[in-house]
Structure formats: structure tokens, C-alpha cells
Design a protein around this ligand. Structure first.
Ligand code: GDP
Ligand code: MG
Length: 367
């Protein structure tokens, strides 16, 4: 665990430049086995804490790098209302031959994976199936950036509309590469060339025009162009990103949705970001904790383990987490409960803490 990871566990999702309140530092110090004193920059405890954290960070980065393997890209579908986001998610899902052959009943768990044959390789793509940039923005606001690639759906008969621009602004602000799905090409009034031309104004320049954005004509209604779109997602991900994660460690990731079920209790859909989540693992998710009693995939099938980029529904949490809450597997129940309690304490004190003096991590490490 490094400094940032610990803060992440505490629910603060920090980068080195973010400022943090003193309470958070206090808890962080405790986690590292220190009693933090409130301090002058010269304070020895601070220096100790700093060097300790940096050592751990280097260690983890090294260990991680050796064990990282390719993971599927995580995709969000965005675009203007009625341009076909839901239809596209349905089309992608029903093109998923594997689940059809298995005869499984599809379950809505907030995300699903599809296999894609790509350059002779069997690849996978994870789709978040809550369409729209509202979900994307809500997750980001909570510090959760799970999307690797955005598919921007633009209806070819309607062209670029206000929410098209809003969606692409969000994706570009988050540095998420965009693939444009030019939808409804089955319509007589479809004008795909116009969509391409309109989007050049927003720095989405088609390869045909000398840019590097892939535009794929599709009909979500008829199911045409879906394979090409999936290929484009993989090509874009491979060109822009290095999507790898270490599956050989305790799992961590993000809750994508959750609910209370009468019979089954708290039911949380989580996306594993790194490590492998296993049935029986102790976990903390937001301020909820517990043991993974059972896990299910998007076909309703029980699964024993889930690696990076895999969405699963988890049973066994003490309460219902929120979308965007981070989760991690811990060594034991006690640790999970303690982290949950600390997060809870932070949340309860949040309003108070907000008004207090804040010190930035950068100042802290410069000292
Ligand atoms: P969303 O609001 O972006 O989720 O849009 P929907 O998926 O609900 O689609 C809006 C409407 O457009 C629905 O009536 C769909 O049947 C229709 N639609 C979606 N994709 C296509 C398409 O490729 N061709 C045609 N002709 N209609 C489509
Ligand atoms: Mg919809």
C-alpha cells in the first residue's frame, strides 16, 4: 500500500497535488503506524511518514509492473437523448454469442462483458450499461474514473446536438479517448458525412479527414456495424492506452450500482480494477463491509472469482454502498470493518472538516 492507496481506501481518492484536511492525515498516519502531531514543516514525524510512504510506493509500483497483464477496456456509451444509446447497448449485448449459447438469462448488473475476435485473438470489452454522461459525471465526482473509452453515439439523421457536445466535453475533460458511433444509418434521412464534418469543430477528426478519431457507421436497430464498432474500440484502446493490471493481489475497484434486495440483503455490482476478487473474501466497499457470500455475472451465473475489468454482483455486504464507492479486499473481517468505520467517521465529520485549514500533500512532501 502506498500513500495514495491508503487515502483511496479511506475514501479520499487523492492525487499528490490534492489538499487534504488534518483529520485525514491523522487517520492516514494511524494506518501507517504513526501518531501524527500537528506540525511545523521541519517536524521529524512528517519526514518519517513521507519517506516511509515513498518507499512503499516505489515497492508497490515495481511489484505491480512485473505482474501486470492485459485487461479489457471499460466502455461508457454517451450521446444525445434518443440517438440510440440504449438500443446500442442492447445490440452489443445480443451480439454476444457466448451468453446466447449458454442459454443464460441476462441480468442487469450495471455492466457486462462481451468477447471480441480481434486480429486472431480472443479479446473482451466491458460495457457499463447505464448510458449517458450523468452516470459518468456522478462517478467522476466521487473520484471514480472507471471509463477507458467512450462511445459517442450520434444519430445520422439528427447530427450533433447539445448533449452530444456535453458528452464529448466530459470525455475530453477526463482524457478518455472517443470512438464515434454514427447511428441510424438505415434511415433515408441519414447523413453520416455531416456528422463527421460537424465533429471536426470539437477536435474529433475522422481518419478519412486526416485525424485519428474512428467513426463507425452503425444501425443499432438492425444490428449492423456492431462488430466494426467493437473492433474500433479495441484499436482505439490499444493505440491510446496501456491497459494492464495485476491480477495476483487483493482485489480493489469500484461499486457501479447497488440496491437492497428483500431476500438477499445488500446487493452490490462492482467492477474489479486490479487484483482478483474471490468468494469468501473480506471486503470493504464505501462504508459497507462484509464477506463475499456469493458472486454472480451478467448471465446470472455464480462465479468463484473475478479479475481486472470484470463486473460482478456481490452478496454479503453489511449495508448498501453508493455508485462510485471504492472497494477493496482485506486480509480479514476486522480490517474491513475498521476501514469502513474510519470512512464513516470521515463522512460524518466531512461538513465540519470542510471549513478547517487544509494542507496540500505537495507542501507536505516538499517540507
Ligand atoms: P437513447 O435515448 O439514446 O437511449 O435512445 P434509444 O436507444 O432509446 O433510441 C431512441 C429511439 O431511436 C428508439 O425509438 C429506437 O428504436 C430508435 N433507434 C435507435 N437506434 C436506431 C437505429 O439504428 N435506426 C433507427 N431507425 N432507429 C433507431
Ligand atoms: Mg436510453
Amino acid at each position: 500500500t502506498n500513500l495514495v492507496t491508503i487515502l483511496f481506501h479511506l475514501g479520499e481518492m487523492a492525487t499528490i497535488t490534492q489538499s487534504l484536511d488534518e483529520d485525514t492525515f491523522q487517520i492516514l498516519a494511524e494506518e501507517l503506524g504513526y501518531k501524527l502531531q500537528i506540525v511545523s514543516p521541519e517536524d521529524e514525524d512528517r519526514e518519517l511518514l513521507e519517506s516511509f510512504a515513498i518507499d512503499l510506493e516505489a515497492e508497490e509500483a515495481e511489484e505491480d509492473d512485473e505482474n501486470r497483464v492485459a485487461r479489457p477496456p471499460v466502455v461508457t456509451v454517451m450521446g444525445h437523448v434518443d440517438h440510440g444509446k440504449t438500443k446500442l447497448l442492447d445490440a452489443v449485448r445480443s451480439a454476444n454469442v457466448v451468453s446466447k449459447e449458454a442459454g443464460g438469462i441476462t441480468q442487469h448488473i450495471g455492466a457486462y462483458q462481451v468477447p471480441v475476435e480481434h486480429e486472431g485473438e480472443e479479446r473482451r470489452i466491458t460495457f457499463l450499461d447505464t448510458p449517458g454522461h450523468e452516470a459518468f459525471t456522478a462517478m467522476r465526482a466521487r473520484g471514480a474514473e472507471v471509463t477507458d473509452v467512450a462511445i459517442l453515439v450520434v444519430a445520422a439523421d439528427d447530427g450533433v446536438m447539445p448533449q452530444t457536445i456535453e458528452a464529448l466535453n466530459h470525455a475530453q475533460a477526463a482524457d478518455v479517448p472517443i470512438v464515434v458511433a454514427v447511428n441510424k444509418i438505415d434511415k433515408d434521412t441519414a447523413n453520416p458525412a455531416k456528422v463527421m464534418q460537424q465533429l471536426t469543430e470539437y477536435n474529433l477528426v475522422a481518419e478519412e479527414y486526416g485525424g485519428d478519431t474512428m467513426f463507425v457507421p452503425i444501425s443499432a436497430l438492425k444490428g449492423t456495424g456492431i462488430e466494426d464498432l467493437l473492433e474500433a474500440v479495441l484499436l482505439t484502446a490499444d493505440a491510446a492506452l496501456d491497459l494492464r493490471a495485476n491480477p495476483d493481489k487483493a482485489a480493489r475497484g469500484i461499486a457501479i450500482e447497488a440496491k437492497l434486495d428483500k431476500g438477499r440483503g445488500a446487493v452490490a455490482s462492482v467492477l474489479v480494477e486490479s487484483g482478483t476478487l474471490r468468494q469468501g473474501d473480506a471486503i470493504v466497499c464505501g462504508t459497507a463491509h462484509g464477506r463475499v457470500r456469493a458472486m454472480f455475472d451478467e448471465n446470472g451465473d455464480q462465479v468463484e472469482e473475478a479479475g481486472p475489468s470484470r463486473p460482478v454482483q456481490v452478496l454479503g455486504l453489511s449495508s448498501v454502498p453508493r455508485a462510485g464507492d471504492s472497494f477493496l479486499a482485506t486480509d480479514d473481517d476486522r480490517t474491513a470493518r475498521q476501514i469502513a468505520e474510519k470512512r464513516d467517521a470521515i463522512e460524518r465529520n466531512a461538513a465540519q472538516a470542510r471549513g478547517r485549514k487544509r494542507i496540500s500533500l505537495e507542501d507536505f512532501t516538499k517540507a
